[in-house]
Design a protein. Structure first.
Ligand code: GAL
Length: 654
């Protein structure tokens, strides 16, 4: 069984080689095991076209390895050097205004540019040949944060030609494309694939079907770009784990599809930066400004565990103030430890801190590391020592048991409802996160997965908020499942071509519940639709029930708010917390899923035989009722702010 480990991100090229051995020794001494390096070093690895300089990297890897550290080697393709851009200026991506995205930061490339892709093949091949068999190299990271800084979509010529080909492959004939997109509307019909344009710079909104296909295409380009690197690394560096570091709240490509080619998923967790950037209100931000949103990290841990088919890690963990949010507060004392154990509780193999030493130069000089630029210890440095010691004494292995409850998260649905929100604040991502928070309030540890037959196997409860379209295979799997199912709002409300289904929403899901949505409305922020318990906000639907479908909860204006047929429920709007909790508690009770109701700022996570308890609030909380007779392996029953406790679950609760 894999033991859970700590790591750090390191940039040997930023420091004199004379410092490396001392750095490595200190890393080892505080309990770090993994070091990620190299992902932005192209200009040092190949200072001029075809002139390679690998000696320094070999020395760095040798030094880390000699200190007993394992290296995760990054491919440097997120930072093409100047000589390459100058030689191939059309490799730059173009923004939606058609302007090239210039050299001078990072990610300045277009995923569709075949010339750039070949340059990447070349540098990745050379690196993998050089270091693929090095005993210190145990894993690879492809590129860095695909899509960061809005770089998935490119409106370049390369993207245009590739998009035309993609459409031709998908539709075969232009008439089929015209029919699928509904191009008769506003005389948008096209007579050949060469006539297709990219959906930017249109006078008013572009056709949603055109936009959705462009997003699907852009996502496929990321998948293909990543796959080329993976194939090269597999060939020259067999047996090493291949990962990519995904981001938080980022959805522009299908992360399940990219992960399919990887051995494991990883993501970069910056709880305070994400909170400051989020749409949460000021009171929420003030309450959690030093610990982060209590559910946001956990949501992504579960999502990326799903992407990685059980294998995942945190590649970059915030250790102190960052430089990129609107405000950059310092974490509370204990927050780094809290975040680290929240990740381990969710089954992370490794939590790796970003970064070892703060850079005194360039863009991120205000971003803290485990060491300030003068190499003294920062707060997080000392925290890591404590965490490493606790981890060793807990001796937990990576456990990723399938949960009874699964929440479906689907990237296409996110694209579709971004294209057609219909109400300014209808966000699929927020809707799914909202459901997730409801599950955390019930003390549940859940899985997140894509809408496939595999995902829904052996579950007791399946949650399907806002699924844009349901494939026949997925509907079949749901129909065959014995699980309770909660659908809606907006689930199944379009065909895959972005059209209203012939028998009205929820389209193919009508096989599971005999109702139709005859009308929808979106609601301005101060408008609510009261129901027997709680209310709808943002969005509500008017449904017509078929025979055998009962209305379980009604709205005050006598419309059905929650409908049920057998084990299948449909929620006809965006519920507030009270309504969501009421619907969930009915379903969870029917599905015989055991729940607990922890106090407001307490979060619970079961992992294998261990139950973890976390305190995200500003006050100590007595958790003795959660712990019962069990003996604490970590933490205390009066759990302080940022406190972490862990205890062994009894056999029955397992
Ligand atoms: C991540 C990125 C790192 C660094 C970090 C700063 O998004 O992967 O390279 O920029 O943010 O927080």
């Amino acid at each position: 069984m894999t033991k859970q480990k700590l790591g750090v991100c390191y940039y040997p090229e930023h420091w004199p080689a004379s410092l490396w051995a001392e750095d490595a020794a200190r890393m080892k001494a505080i309990g770090l095991s993994y070091v990620r390096i190299g992902e932005f070093a192209w200009s040092r690895l190949e200072p001029r076209a075809g002139v390679y300089a690998f000696d320094w990297l070999r020395e760095a890897i040798d030094t880390l390895h000699a200190a007993g550290l394992h290296v995760v080697l990054g491919t440097p393709t997120a930072t093409p050097p100047k000589w390459l851009v100058d030689a191939m200026p059309d490799m730059l991506a173009r923004d939606a205004e058609g302007r090239p995205r210039k050299f001078g930061s990072r990610r300045h490339y277009c995923f569709s540019h075949e010339g750039y892709a070949r340059e990447c093949d070349r540098i990745v091949t050379r690196l993998a040949e050089e270091f693929g068999a090095h005993p210190g190299v145990v894993a690879w990271q492809t590129d860095n944060e695909y899509g960061c800084h809005d770089t998935v979509e490119s409106y370049s010529d390369a993207a245009l030609y590739a998009f035309r080909k993609w459409c031709e492959k998908k539709y075969g004939a232009s008439d089929a494309l015209n029919a699928a997109w509904g191009n008769v509307f506003w005389s948008m019909e096209l007579s050949s694939f060469d006539a297709i344009d990219l959906p930017n710079l249109t006078v008013t909104e572009a056709n949603p079907a055109h936009l959705l296909d462009f997003q699907r295409f852009s996502s496929d380009q990321v998948v293909a770009f990543n796959r080329r690197q993976v194939e090269i690394i597999r060939k020259h560096s067999p047996g090493r784990t291949i990962l990519h570091n995904f981001m938080g709240a980022f959805t522009a490509f299908d992360h399940y599809a990219v992960s399919q080619d990887l051995d494991a998923a990883s993501w970069d967790s910056y709880p305070l930066g994400f909170l400051e950037r989020s749409a949460n209100d000021d009171a929420f931000k003030a309450r959690y400004m030093r610990v982060g949103d209590p559910d946001f990290q956990a949501f992504h841990h579960d999502l990326y565990r799903g992407c990685g088919r059980g294998r995942w890690q945190v590649m970059e963990q915030q250790p102190g103030p960052v430089n990129w949010a609107p405000w950059n507060p310092a974490p509370a004392r204990g927050a780094v430890r809290l975040w680290t154990f929240e990740a381990f509780a969710a089954g992370a193999e490794t939590v790796s801190y970003f970064r070892w030493r703060q850079a005194p130069f360039a863009q991120e000089q205000m971003h803290e590391g485990l060491l300030p630029p003068n190499s003294e210890a920062s707060e997080a440095y000392d925290a890591v020592k404590t965490i490493a010691a606790e981890l060793a004494s807990l001796d937990a292995c990576v456990e990723t048991k399938r949960a009874d409850v699964v929440l479906i998260f689907d990237y296409e649905s996110e694209w579709a409802w971004k294209i057609e929100p219909q109400g300014r604040d209808f966000s699929y991502y927020e809707l799914v996160l909202h459901f997730y928070r409801g599950l955390r309030r019930a003390g549940l540890s859940v899985d997140i997965g894509q809408p496939t037959a595999e995902t829904v196997q052996n579950r007791k409860l399946i949650l399907l908020p806002g699924l844009f379209t349901a494939s026949d295979a997925f509907v079949e799997a749901l129909a065959a499942s014995e699980a309770h199912l909660l659908m809606g709002p907006r689930s199944g409300s379009k065909t895959a071509d972005f059209q209203i289904p012939p028998a009205l929403p929820p389209g193919a899901l009508q096989k599971l519940i005999d109702l139709r949505v005859r009308r929808v409305e979106s609601l301005r922020p101060d408008a609510v639709i009261p129901t027997e318990t709680g209310h709808f906000q943002r969005w509500r639907e008017f449904v017509v029930l078929g025979e055998g479908v009962e209305s379980v909860i009604a709205s005050y204006d006598d419309e059905c708010a929650l409908a049920r047929q057998w084990k299948h429920y449909y929620l006809a709007g965006w519920p507030n917390d009270a309504l969501l909790d009421c619907a969930l508690s009915k379903l969870l009770a029917d599905a015989r899923v055991e729940t607990v109701s922890p106090p407001r700022d307490i979060r619970i996570r079961d992992n294998g035989g261990l139950r973890y308890v976390f305190n995200y609030g500003p006050e100590p909380v007595d958790i003795s009722s959660q712990v019962g007779e069990a003996q604490l392996l970590l933490g205390e029953t009066i759990l302080p702010p940022c406190g972490v406790a862990a205890f062994q679950l009894t056999e029955k609760r397992k």
